[in-house]
Write a protein that binds this ligand. Structure first.
Ligand SMILES: C[S@@+](CC[C@H](N)C(=O)[O-])C[C@H]1O[C@@H](n2cnc3c(N)ncnc32)[C@H](O)[C@@H]1O
Length: 387
């Protein structure tokens, strides 16, 4: 595979080798084996050299992948309509989790200002110091007068009333790999063999084993079968459920309801790596230089939230959500005969909503507390009943 992918610079390769050696050290210190979730956490979040912890370009055409906010401001402009409606139902405070390049924050704030609906506060919860700097730069460049309204959080607040926004965050949380075989259930982890990372399976135990058994019973998992269980994402949703006094979580990500996630044909799971716009399934390739993701089991998300007192306010495809929130009106703001502006916009919108691109695979879920109004984003095409 390496032969077909663009080579990294000498500096990037050196940083990757340092990270690989650090991870190998962690494996040795743990007795020769770590769970895949630990490997993923180290590869993505080691300060300075992990993929999100370090300086890799990541987002956009020159990076490794493109997220919806990077494609077009139309994404944030449309999302703003939903936030406006929600801000009328609860305190107008927004926390964006995992702020990426800062594009979503700047476009959202500009749109909310234009709609006379700026929130009282806008915070970004960001794990990476490098991304924080980039977010500050982006907002300072695109919306300098709004920068003083933005502040950054190191950790989840103790209590919060308002809106929490997370675009492509759940998929970046460390997940465990599980194998269901005829003779039992194992956790797939990582060891070092012959100077390289290698897969190694151990009998699953504890909460992971309980979850894996429950999934096998519920979804009729045929064996052999390999997939992921994202306990960290579920714990994160439960944590927010306990923190939130009033308000909503808007979660946007690629994924499915459980029955689709653990479908018999998806017997190699959803683990995916992104490197310079190439997607592949080898998480050991150039640690720190590529993104590692898993799809989201939205049934697990809703169970986690509702089990801790949140209500499911809606669940639908990105395409339905954006159209419900007025995407066509946003598109109509740009005259068709202004081809230099209209054509790139139409092209980006097509990517956001096309079933062959992000429109169907990406879902939007709203979970909330003390929000009575039916939400605009789910007024048609709500798929909550299928979760
Ligand atoms: C794929 S990027 C998405 C960035 C941005 N939201 C966008 O759409 O362009 C994933 C982001 O999630 C962040 N992230 C993952 N787990 C997190 C957590 N537990 N708390 C805060 N941020 C997290 C990563 O640091 C990274 O910025």
């Amino acid at each position: 595979m390496a032969a077909t992918l663009p080579p990294p610079s000498a500096d990037a390769r050196a940083a990757s080798e340092t990270l690989a050696s650090d991870i190998a050290g962690s494996i040795a210190a743990a007795g020769g084996w770590i769970g895949f979730d630990r490997f993923m956490a180290l590869a993505l979040y080691t300060p300075g050299i992990g993929y999100y912890g370090g300086g890799a370009r990541k987002f956009g055409a020159e990076g490794d992948f493109v997220t919806a906010p990077e494609l077009s401001p139309a994404f944030a402009q449309t999302l703003a309509a939903q936030l406006q409606q929600l801000q009328a139902c609860c305190p107008a405070h927004i926390i964006e989790v995992g702020g990426g390049s800062g594009k979503l924050a700047s476009d959202l704030l500009l749109e909310l200002e234009w709609q006379h609906g700026l929130p009282e506060s806008y915070a970004i919860l960001e794990l990476s110091g490098e991304l924080r700097r980039r977010q500050r730069d982006t907002i300072g460049r695109r919306a300098p007068h709004l920068l003083p309204r933005v502040h950054w959080l190191d950790e989840l607040p103790a209590r919060f009333s308002g809106l929490v926004l997370a675009n492509e965050v759940l998929d970046a949380m460390p997940a465990q790999l599980v194998r269901w075989d005829a003779d039992g259930i194992s956790e797939r982890g990582v060891t070092v063999a012959g100077g390289r990372f290698a897969w190694a399976d151990r009998p699953a135990s504890g909460h992971l084993l309980d979850r894996a058994r429950a999934l096998a019973a519920e979804c009729g998992i045929s064996r052999p079968y390999l997939s992921e269980i994202s306990l960290a994402a579920q714990a994160w949703v439960r944590q927010w459920a306990r923190i939130l006094d009033q308000g909503a979580l808007l979660l946007i990500d690629y994924g499915f309801p459980r029955r689709e996630y653990y479908h018999p044909q998806r017997d190699r799971g959803t683990l995916m790596c992104h490197y310079r716009h190439h997607s592949h399934d080898d998480p050991f390739y150039l640690p720190g230089l590529q993104d590692i993701t898993v799809h989201v089991d939205f049934t697990a998300v809703v169970e986690s939230g509702c089990g801790e007192g949140l209500d499911l306010l809606g669940y639908t495809t990105q395409s339905a959500f954006l159209f419900n929130c007025g995407l066509a009106d946003i598109l109509a703001r740009t005259p068709v005969d202004d081809t230099l502006r209209y054509l790139p916009l139409a092209n980006a919108v097509q990517k956001l909503v096309s079933p062959a691109e992000m429109g169907e695979l990406f879902k939007v879920m709203a979970l909330g507390k003390r929000i009575a109004a039916p939400l605009r984003g789910f007024c048609t095409g709500d798929r909550s009943a299928g979760l």
